[in-house]
Design a protein around this ligand. Structure first.
Ligand code: C5P
Length: 413
């Protein structure tokens, strides 16, 4: 897939080297075209390094035009993606103006155009910008985002550029009329549980844990990026809904269990990344418990193991568990793989430098007859690698399914 990535002058341009990496990670060739104002926010040197191609910015650059003229470039593109797209570029596109290389390309191309707007939320809600958005949409331009959230200007509202991963996922998964790769999980449904659960003691207190949900959310994004339909069942976390993912919010382990089984029938791959509370109070007090005695005892009861209950189903999906351990990580994880009858387990050590609430993670992945170690990596990066491995193991097990007797033995015992 050939992508012309147009970068315009908004602060979100600082995220574009990451976007280029995400697009290339999905097999796309990326040619960058920057506007003059984009150069104020991100350097051509960085973009050239990550894209592996000289950056284009000037319509009148004779040397660059001799190598690949702007009309040739317009034909080369399967998709023209503009990220970030400012209010200015939207107005230029709406008006058909072509004062620079990027806008000229947009007029000269027959490729699909996608834009990821990014601007202050008041600008985004301005009627002029909204009427340009409508016009561009009517003309078939794909509008990706923006998201609601905190903005570089310090305010909060709708106008944040989608995360690079979400943009890359949307561009690569959408049928854009080019040679878009559908992804390793196209046509599959993946269900992910993420975050902690909250088990109420009384109306104001609960038992919970330190899970941030980051790893589960990263897994959901990465699965969506590989073309899967993704359902994310999330405990209470402070994270934005991943773009293109169906999010169901729950609080307690029991609700997560019910919601999982309500959605499990069409699922091909189940990823249990939630830190489900193992115990819950046997009773929830209807009123706030008053302090009286010097000590008090809470009676707890075991929660149902959601992951094991899914793996036990007659037509169980491919089940992947997570195991957070503070010691003997691989031994405990292999024990869980076997006890819960999983197809794969991702084991990570939790400590001061990794695991809960950190952006980085280092894991060992184990399956019935193999294992692989992954060094410390950002959770979002690691999630992509894990999803690739899951897709590979899932496909190889499906291959085994053509010999049913053997597969049951090799996969489960
Ligand atoms: O046994 P342990 O809690 O360490 O296993 C962790 C794995 O099991 C995780 O994948 C977690 O999401 C899942 N789990 C679950 N339901 C529970 C407890 C754990 O799905 N009640």
């Amino acid at each position: 897939m050939n992508i012309v990535l147009g970068i315009t002058g908004g602060i979100a341009a600082y995220k574009t080297p990451e976007l280029v990496r995400r697009l290339r990670g999905r097999g796309a060739d990326v040619q960058i075209v920057m506007t003059a104002s984009a150069e104020e926010f991100v350097t051509a040197t960085a973009l050239q390094a990550v894209s592996g191609r000289p950056v284009r910015s000037n319509l009148w650059d004779q040397k660059a035009e001799a190598a690949m003229g702007h009309i040739e470039l317009a034909r080369w593109a399967d998709v023209v993606l503009i990220a970030p797209a400012t209010a200015e570029i939207m107005a230029r596109l709406a008006g058909g103006a072509a004062p620079d290389l990027l806008t000229t390309l947009c007029l000269a191309t027959e490729a699909k155009i996608a834009i990821a707007p990014a601007m202050n939320h008041v600008m985004w809600s301005n009627p002029a910008v909204q009427s340009n958005r409508e016009l561009l949409e009517e003309r078939g331009i794909m509008i990706l985002g923006p998201e609601h959230g905190s903005q570089a200007c310090g305010e909060t509202g709708a106008g944040r550029m989608l995360e690079p991963d979400d943009i890359a996922a949307a561009v690569c998964a959408a049928d854009l009329g080019g040679n878009a790769t559908a992804g390793l999980l196209a046509g599959r449904t993946v269900l992910v549980t993420a975050g902690p659960t909250r088990e109420p003691i009384d109306p104001v207190r609960y038992i919970t844990n330190r899970s941030s949900g980051k790893m589960g959310y990263a897994m959901a994004r990465a699965a969506a990026a590989q073309g899967a339909r993704v359902v994310l069942i999330s405990g209470p976390v402070n994270l934005e809904d991943p773009h293109g993912v169906e999010v169901h919010r729950v609080e307690t382990a029991e609700q997560m269990h019910v919601e999982t089984h309500r959605n499990i029938s069409e699922v091909d791959i189940f990823i249990g990344a939630a830190a489900v509370s193992d115990y819950r109070p046997t009773e929830t007090a209807p009123q706030k418990i008053k302090k009286q005695e010097e000590t008090m005892t809470l009676k707890l009861i075991r929660s149902e193991d959601i992951l094991a209950s899914v793996a036990r189903l007659d037509h169980a999906p491919f089940t992947v568990g997570f195991a957070a351990e503070t010691e003997n990580v691989r031994d405990y994880a292999r024990g869980k793989l076997e006890d819960k009858r999983l197809d794969m387990i991702v084991a990570n050590r939790v400590g001061d430098d990794c695991g809960f609430d950190h952006d980085d993670n280092t894991v060992d992945v184990l399956w019935p007859n193999g294992e692989k170690a992954f060094p410390m990596t950002a959770k979002s990066e690691l999630a992509h690698t894990l999803i690739e491995l899951i897709a590979e193991r899932f496909e190889s097990m499906r291959g085994d399914d053509t010999q049913p007797e053997l597969s049951v033995i090799s996969a489960r015992d």
